[in-house]
Design a protein around this ligand. Structure first.
Ligand SMILES: Cc1ncc(COP(=O)(O)O)c(C=O)c1O
Length: 406
């Protein structure tokens, strides 16, 4: 939970990443301790009442907030809002899906309509298509890159509550024009929610482009070391934060515990150093794959061959380290490459220090019906790579030997 601060007294990105926890850690411990406690003591009835009434700052009970979650949320808010006039508000959650579900629950009631891109992270897609319907909320989709489709959806559903996007999207890396979505949604009175997990605030900050809510799976780049499942919600709107998001998070209870919050806080201290290396390695691997004879296509926003490279240059500060590539040999070739790599690790998840490789058709999207997979751009020979921080020559050598052995 964060309070706004003026831009004039704000330090630079890396300093924010390392030092923001000091606003909460007022002990003499150099590094913020882990406050592994489920409840907090009141000095007196008057003290307890002051805390409950919000007249005094402090902690009451773990589900309502803890110092580690507050310090980490504040750091992420300061990074997402580095160029905003006021630091936004943020809430740390127990998973990325905890952030998504809190936002969906907070913003919808029975009878509402919500709009999202077609292609979304699998569990988010399930919440929109199954849970929203169960709660009497109508869900309408548009093809992410196509703003005309969004305009048509907004015209047909003029009372839509919000437009939800993910950019770059998993696993095709297709981009959605954040400013274009914001202009159209706001003109129709709808909020804009952006899942910024694939990019991270080092690469892209949607709140600066007018989005109303940014959320993340902090499991990925923000923690960075593969040690935590977590999430965060960031918004510049105080009423949305206090009256909708905070009560839903604390009442439904998808909160982050102290240990996980602390680990994400630790990861954030090197975020500004990890990200440039991630991005450099991502670009080098994408260029290598692009010229490899076994590879039909590489999806990476930093390549000039990427159809939305110009859009990437207008809304991203760097190109990140997520990419996918299509093999000429289809499904069998993809399985062969997956079984032939040794440095790249076979796993879902992404944004960790080591390189992770995944095959959507046999792994995370194996249940998606073929027609829907096609609509999402997930082909049989598509491989997703989360490029890590190893020496890039070693990552390339591993991929090369696997591709050459097809
Ligand atoms: C884009 C995106 N959003 C949300 C999530 C959900 O995050 P979590 O697994 O931390 O709940 C993921 C997980 O991979 C993701 O890739």
């Amino acid at each position: 939970m964060t309070e706004p601060r003026s831009i004039s007294d704000r330090p630079h990105f890396g300093t924010i990443a390392i030092r923001t926890e000091r606003q909460i850690n007022r002990t003499h411990a150099h590094i913020m301790p882990i406050y592994q406690s489920s409840t907090y003591l009141f000095d007196s009835v008057a003290h307890g009442q002051a805390l409950w009434r919000g007249e005094e700052e402090g902690y009451i009970y773990g589900r309502l907030g803890n110092p580690n979650a507050e310090a980490t949320a504040r750091t992420i808010a300061a990074l997402e809002g580095i160029r905003l006039p006021q630091t936004p508000y943020a809430l740390l959650t127990g998973s990325g899906m905890g952030a998504v579900s809190t936002v969906l629950l907070a913003l919808t009631s029975a009878g509402d309509t919500v709009i999202s891109q077609v292609a979304l992270y699998g569990a988010t897609h399930a919440l929109f298509t199954k849970e929203m319907a169960r709660r009497g909320v109508q869900h309408v989709t548009f093809n992410g890159p196509c703003l005309d489709e969004l305009e048509a959806a907004l015209e047909q559903h003029p009372h839509a509550r919000f437009v939800y996007i993910e950019t770059p999207v998993n696993p095709t890396m297709a981009l959605t024009d954040i400013r274009g979505v914001v202009a159209r949604a706001h003109a129709a009175g709808a909020l804009v929610v952006v899942d910024n997990t694939f990019a991270s605030p080092y690469v892209q900050r949607p709140l600066e482009m007018g989005a109303d809510i940014v959320l993340h799976s902090t499991t990925k780049y923000l923690t960075g070391h593969g040690t935590v499942v977590g999430g965060v919600i960031v918004t510049p709107h105080e009423a949305l934060y206090r009256e909708k998001l905070l009560p839903i998070l604390t009442n439904y209870g998808a909160v982050a515990g102290p240990m996980d919050a602390w680990l994400t806080g630790l990861g954030l201290k090197t975020f500004h150093l990890r990200m440039p290396r991630h991005c450099e390695n991502g670009l080098a691997v994408a260029r290598f794959l692009e010229q490899h004879p076994a590879v039909a296509r590489v999806n990476y926003p930093g390549l000039t061959s990427f159809p939305q490279h110009d859009l990437a240059n207008t809304q991203m500060d760097a190109y990140g380290a997520m990419l996918s590539f299509e093999l000429h040999g289809g499904y069998d070739a993809a399985v062969h490459v997956m079984n032939s790599v040794s440095l790249c690790r076979l796993a879902v998840s992404l944004g960790t220090v080591d390189t992770l490789i995944a095959h959507p058709a046999s792994m995370m999207n194996f249940k998606t019906p073929p027609e829907e997979r096609r609509r999402m751009g997930i082909t049989e020979g598509l491989i997703r790579l989360s490029v890590g921080l190893e020496e890039v020559e070693d990552i390339i050598a591993d991929l090369d030997q696997a591709l050459c052995s097809i």
